[in-house]
Design a binder for this molecule. Structure first.
Ligand SMILES: [Zn+2]
Length: 517
């Protein structure tokens, strides 16, 4: 067959089999009745024609087949995640995927992905591979290509103009709908990702807070442990009124619970660098984040604070590039590993580290594995399995809502245990240090409400469960601070709160954002 015919076949395949999520979301906004039927049909033709246009644009004797195969295989996987987890493949999601390490990817691996890959990826790819494409002279091919491009462009224009009112509303008021088109949106997202990061060339780091200094001299050195939590949503903390007891150990400590804290983003890769950055949520971007020093750098500029980052998550997402970093995801460093290395392993040897600091101020950041999904049941040992039955698979959509909640809440019990251990470690230094702990989760998590799972939705369309996060603070006896827990806080506060906690004087410190001012 001709190249054009092959492209039409594959575009039809994508329209019919790879856009389930898209049409499902469209039908929720425009129910299949009355005039909507015409609109939805026109939308299908528009999508189909748009794909023909794009594929033709990228086609040539040597590129057509490889590109179609690559798109089929990738789209079969994106289809799986979009259909089963209701996620969107935007540039942030591309970044998350690239920054994900192998164990995290294996966590997501299951038989259903294989089925998607086989039927929506490999099988049609095989068809493309085996098809003999007839190529004519360059002139004829070029003519054909131009004809297809012009024709499809014409069809697109006619559709858009004939239903202009519908399409204005579709593109303006229902912007998120197009995020579900497959493969067009993920192709756009990759382009978006590349233009945002790679194209920007070599990153030049901008220093901030070079004037940072500590003049206020304390008798006792400061010891602060900052715990970066993972995927804990505020409404599942019993401290915030959740019906189940998920904070049995923390409630016995003199902690201050912060019920109204919102995250900067909905993913680890966005939130973690953002919370340590000088930028607030509206200003922050990935590029600004990596090209500007963060609060750890400013603390470091004082030359009076020792900083250590221990990580049992994936990595520091660029935050700890210029301070000592220790990976605790491996048995080489972490001495508490069974199914996987546990967060409390990060506490082993800290006494030794603290004692070696003498009378210097110290900040220790602990980046938890916490409630990393979808395999919540792997995030704790048997002793924490208080709520049963638990969802045993990473195919969350196969599990009952109850068993997902059970596994998630058991993992919260493990975080409760971990944080109480952190507090009890700090208590040992009550007499010698001014101690404090700050705990903040990076983002929340969807547990199947409205068919949504995991996290990572674009912020403006993300439910509260993904952006309203668990957060608490604790102060040692000789370090009482005031904070108003009823106030609304966010990741924006962390930068200034850490500076304030160490009495750092610098022009970049904003008192009004310091939670303990
Ligand atoms: Zn995270």
């Amino acid at each position: 067959m001709t190249q054009t015919k092959l492209i039409i076949n594959i575009a039809l395949f994508f329209t019919l089999f790879s856009n389930f999520s898209f049409f499902k979301n469209v039908l929720e906004v425009y129910p299949f009745e009355g005039i909507n039927i015409i609109y939805i049909l026109s939308l299908s033709i528009l999508l189909f024609t748009f794909m023909i246009f794009i594929f033709t644009l990228l086609s040539s004797r040597y590129t057509t087949k490889p590109i179609l195969i690559l798109m089929l295989i990738t789209s079969s996987i994106t289809s799986y995640f979009m259909n089963c987890y209701h996620i969107v493949i935007d540039s942030d999601m591309i970044r998350n995927t690239i920054q994900t390490d192998l164990p995290e990817s294996l966590d997501l691996f299951n038989i259903k992905i294989i089925i998607y890959l086989l039927f929506f990826g490999l099988l049609p790819s095989f068809f493309v591979y085996r098809t003999t494409v007839q190529f004519d002279s360059f002139k004829i091919e070029l003519f054909r290509k131009i004809k297809t491009l012009l024709l499809s462009f014409l069809v697109i224009t006619i559709i858009l103009f004939s239903f202009s009112k519908f399409y204005t509303s579709f593109f303006r008021e229902h912007k998120p709908l197009r995020y579900y088109t497959n493969p067009t949106y993920w192709i756009y997202s990759i382009g978006d990702y590349i233009s945002k990061s790679v194209k920007n060339g070599k990153v030049e780091l901008k220093s901030i807070g070079l004037d940072a200094k500590i003049t206020h001299i304390n008798k006792k050195p400061k010891l602060v442990i900052m715990v970066v939590g993972e995927a804990t949503r505020a409404d599942h903390f019993s401290l915030n009124g959740y019906s189940r007891e998920t904070n049995p150990l923390l409630k016995k400590e003199h902690i201050i619970n912060l019920p109204h804290v919102s995250s900067c983003g909905t993913s680890t890769a966005h939130s973690v660098p953002c919370m340590f950055s000088i930028f607030n949520r509206d200003e922050y971007s990935y590029k600004k984040g990596i090209s500007t020093e963060n609060v750890l750098d400013v603390l470091h500029h004082t030359n009076k604070i020792d900083i250590l980052w221990r990580d049992n998550n994936s990595n520091s997402k660029g935050v700890a590039l210029r301070v000592p970093f220790e990976d605790y995801k491996t048995e080489k460093t972490n001495t508490i590993c069974d199914e996987e290395c546990r967060d409390e392993g990060m506490l082993i040897g800290l006494d030794n580290y603290i004692n070696k600091r003498g009378d210097r101020d110290t900040l220790i950041v602990l980046h938890q594995m916490g409630n990393h999904g979808p395999a919540y049941n792997k995030r704790y040992s048997k002793a924490f399995e208080k709520f049963t039955p638990v969802c045993q698979t990473n195919q969350l959509e196969e599990c009952s809502q109850e068993s997902i909640n059970n596994a998630y809440d058991n993992a919260l019990l493990h975080t409760d245990y971990f944080l109480s251990k952190v507090i009890n470690l700090l208590k040992k230094y009550n007499q010698t240090h001014k101690t404090s702990m700050i705990y903040m989760s990076d983002h929340g998590e969807s547990l199947g409400e409205h068919g949504l799972y995991l996290h990572g939705l674009p912020y403006f369309m993300a439910p509260d469960s993904q952006t309203h996060v668990g957060a608490i603070v604790w102060f040692g006896e000789s370090n009482k601070k005031t904070i108003d827990p009823s106030k609304e806080y966010s990741h924006d506060n962390l930068f200034h709160t850490l500076l304030g906690l160490f009495n750092v004087e610098t022009a970049v410190y904003k008192k009004e954002l310091d939670m303990f001012r």
